[in-house]
Write a protein that binds this ligand. Structure first.
Ligand code: G1P
Length: 306
């Protein structure tokens, strides 16, 4: 650690969202329980945090989300059954989804007032420490986890950091977008931030992907409850108030991001993870060849819903 900032040991997982794009699948199932390969989205996010050195996992949940905490719990009946049947591989997989005792912390976001509000709901759990935020919808496939890449950069630079990537200009209205200062190709210093700008007015196409490292001073700004894009309390607006007072960087992470908040991105992630699966990869490739050879030309629906 060369900077004077404290190390990052806590991560906030905003998981109170309704997942309307996956209805009716998400009528009773939390969207974070939808699987990519053999693990639900929330486990992908948790593993990435754990591999980055995070020790305390703070879930901001809501109604009908109990399954998320259950998923990380010890399940003795299941373990006994697998043991009795000699299913060692499965036992390992189930063990790998168990949260160490005393490391999962839960709080609630009673109303869907925006991402900034969700993070603010974790303020007592975060206390006066820096913390990461992981949006489980954004799944990042990378040889080194995206948050780990960020923690390494943070350990040099301190301050606040967001994961960024360039998106097509017509898509910037889905993201928080950077106004860029100095840029060394990997890290950029952030001069300004704007949430969901119109493409023509966006300061750049460099956009925030769901990984953040933030200093606790953000809570003072979130507490103003200012409404931004979409009438919601936006984390991007609160972050922009830290610029100039604390270092603020964007990190162009290495890896591929899948937008699992959309049906198409979710499908793509499942195919991509399927292709690198040690058991299934070859079969998945054949399946894709077979399906693409036999598929009738696509007729897009009028809505083009993803
Ligand atoms: C949120 C953030 C946005 C960020 C995006 C990344 O938007 O508000 O700044 O770029 O996540 O996925 P949402 O996707 O919740 O609308």
């Amino acid at each position: 650690m060369t900077s004077s900032f404290k190390p990052v040991r806590k991560a906030v997982f905003p998981v109170a969202g309704l997942g309307t794009r996956f209805l009716p699948a998400t009528k009773v199932l939390p969207k974070e329980m939808l699987p990519i390969g053999d693990r639900p989205l929330i486990q992908h996010a948790w593993e990435e945090a754990r591999d980055a050195g995070i020790e305390e996992f703070l879930f901001v949940t809501g109604r009908h989300k109990n399954m998320l905490e259950e998923h990380f719990d010890y399940q003795p009946e299941l373990m006994d059954t697998l043991e009795a049947r000699g299913k060692k591989d499965l036992l390992e997989k189930v063990r790998g989804s168990e949260m160490p005792a005393g490391k999962l912390f839960l709080t609630r976001q009673p109303r869907p007032l925006g991402l900034g509000h969700a993070v603010w709901c974790a303020r007592e759990l975060v206390g006066n420490d820096p913390f990461a935020v992981i949006l489980p919808d954004d799944v990042i496939m990378a040889p080194k986890g995206c948050l780990k890449q960020m923690v390494e950069a943070y350990n040099d630079l301190g301050g606040n950091m967001v994961a960024v990537m360039d998106v097509p200009r017509q898509d910037v209205a889905k993201y928080g977008v950077l106004d860029i200062g100095a840029d060394n190709g990997k890290t950029v210093s952030v001069k300004g931030l704007v949430e969901k700008p119109e493409p023509a007015k966006a300061p750049s196409t460099l956009s925030i992907i769901g990984r953040y490292i933030l200093q606790p001073e953000i809570f003072g700004h979130l507490a103003a409850f200012e409404k931004g894009a979409g009438g919601e309390i936006q984390i991007t607006d609160a972050m922009s108030k830290l610029i100039g007072k604390q270092p603020f960087h964007g990190l162009r992470f290495e890896g591929t991001r899948y937008d699992c908040g959309s049906r198409l991105g979710f499908l793509e992630a499942n195919i991509a993870f399927g292709l690198i699966d040690s058991e299934l990869g070859g079969d998945v490739r054949h399946m894709i060849d077979r399906l693409s050879g036999s598929a009738a030309p696509l007729k897009r629906s009028a809505k083009g819903s993803t």
